[in-house]
Design a protein around this ligand. Structure first.
Ligand SMILES: C[S@@+](CC[C@H](N)C(=O)[O-])C[C@H]1O[C@@H](n2cnc3c(N)ncnc32)[C@H](O)[C@@H]1O
Ligand code: SF4
Length: 447
């Protein structure tokens, strides 16, 4: 049987299966869903040029070159979780809930780093568009530690009424007490790691809260005026099309504003788990179909992409993840956090090295590198693809870039990776959303 018909034979009417088929067919013979690539930062593509102390000198120099009215984002990584989920590829690890001293120590290191950066050039004055706590599970921190962290941020930087306070979290840790504390501190946007609402899948990934509890958590935050974003993964065990779409519909019905769709990635850290669930020799095609169907449903529900894998209504601006589209700098703090000032990228090390190398007047960086001239030239197009917005002024550039004599414009249009955005510019199709990393690879292969 044709894999498409097989997969979509019981598709609900709300999704446009014909359109999905048409898009899938348009990919051949040039693009293969099995060979999709992830968009990667520069430090993941080539070695650092500078070690930690050198990177600090270069980053602070780049930070010093900025103007005091240039907005920027702040990202802080909290690597702790109550347990390490088998499927997870994030940099995070289990900490015993009574490990108060370790939490306190880490928060103090972060506060030290915040103070150090804020003393550089104009950084303390620059308006902050978003404070984003990522992880791990930032709500693993107790309320006192979160209060301390928020106070450090407010003391050291220019937090305005417009600053978006966002954090990644779980239903388990977003207790009413935790939400009340976060609300008082200014947080208004959780990225809730839902992953799936299906009981079978939830059991396999170790989520103990019932689907009803997940929805209740979302409704509670919506009632307090928060903008709620959820993370969903396709490619987990026991996922079927109708259930996947029912999950998205149920989340939309209870008011979710934004949806990030991920395909399950398999790295050394979750390989054993993936092997146990027979996912190592998987085909990506069913996941591509789930992704396309989910994206199609989200469009039918009125959501638009504001990042290649994030669908949102008008309330959800997704400020942190879209910082490059506004040419903002990113001040990143804590374990494995990667930041950028102008064209200079730096990254922090993992926990043990971070604790060893912070303090004593250093932010504990692992290394850094400067975008080379080609990367700088490619940046506007790369950012455009990542953010789903190829503005009219970039179209001539898209026409000028050629692969085997064919322009990227013609190639991407012919294979349904982009479509007109109605203003002489383009946006990604849902095919483009799946293949954004490949598109970025192609930009990098042209001059
Ligand atoms: C940094 S994690 C934090 C999530 C939060 N602690 C939780 O447990 O839900 C952010 C998101 O990354 C996604 N993620 C985690 N592991 C993944 C994997 N192996 N492949 C793809 N996405 C993954 C999940 O959707 C998750 O919600
Ligand atoms: S999925 Fe979330 S809670 Fe689980 S290990 Fe990863 S970051 Fe921690």
């Amino acid at each position: 049987m044709n894999p498409f018909n097989d997969f979509f034979s019981h598709a609900p009417e709300i999704i446009n299966a014909d359109k999905i088929l048409q898009q899938w067919t348009s990919l051949a013979p040039v693009y293969d869903v099995e060979r999709w690539q992830l968009p990667l930062p520069v430090w993941a593509k080539r070695p650092y040029e500078h070690n930690g102390p050198e990177a600090w000198e270069a980053a602070r120099q780049a930070a010093n070159d900025s103007r005091s009215d240039q907005p920027m984002c702040i990202y802080i990584h909290i690597p702790f979780c109550t347990s390490k989920c088998g499927f997870c590829d994030s940099y995070s690890f289990k900490l015993e809930s009574h490990a108060d001293m370790r939490v306190k120590e880490y928060v103090e290191r972060i506060c030290g780093e915040l103070r150090l950066w804020s003393a550089q050039g104009t950084l303390a004055n620059r308006p902050v568009t978003s404070v984003h706590l990522g992880g791990g599970t930032p709500t693993f921190l107790d309320t006192k530690s979160l209060e301390r962290l928020a106070a450090c941020i407010r003391n050291a930087f220019n937090i305005t009424n417009g600053t978006e306070w966002a954090l990644e979290s779980t239903v388990q840790s977003l207790t009413p007490l935790m939400t009340a504390c976060l609300h008082d501190l200014g947080f208004r946007r959780p990225h809730v790691g839902v992953q799936s609402l299906q009981p079978g899948t939830r059991t396999v990934i170790g989520r103990r809260q019932s689907p009803a509890k997940v929805l209740e958590c979302i409704v509670r935050h919506k009632a307090m005026g928060w903008v709620v974003s959820v993370d969903l993964i396709c490619g987990l065990p026991e996922q079927a099309l109708t259930a996947w779409l029912a999950d998205i519909q149920a989340l939309a019905d209870c008011g979710v504003d934004g949806f990030s769709l991920y395909e399950l990635l398999i790295y050394p850290q979750n390989r054993e788990w993936a092997k146990r669930h027979h996912l190592l020799e998987r085909s990506h095609l069913p996941n591509y179909f789930l992704f396309q169907a989910g994206a199609n449903l989200l469009s039918a529900l009125g959501c638009r992409k504001n990042l290649f894998n994030h669908w949102a209504n008008n309330r959800d601006e997704n400020i942190y993840f879209t910082y490059p589209t506004r040419s903002e700098d990113l001040l990143a703090i804590g374990t494995i956090a990667d930041g950028v000032f102008g064209n200079y990228h730096y990254r922090h090390p993992r926990y043990a090295s971070y604790l060893r190398s912070t303090g004593g007047g250093l932010p504990g960086l692992e290394g850094g590198l400067l975008e080379n001239p080609l990367e700088q030239k490619n940046k506007p197009l790369v950012v455009a693809v990542q953010s789903n917005r190829i503005a009219p002024n970039l179209v001539s550039e898209l026409n000028a870039r050629k692969i085997d004599g064919e322009s990227l414009h013609d190639r991407w249009l012919a294979h349904a990776l982009i479509e007109s955005s109605g203003d002489s510019g383009y946006q990604l199709t849902n095919n483009g959303a799946w293949l954004a990393g490949n598109m970025i690879g192609e930009i990098s292969s042209t001059q």
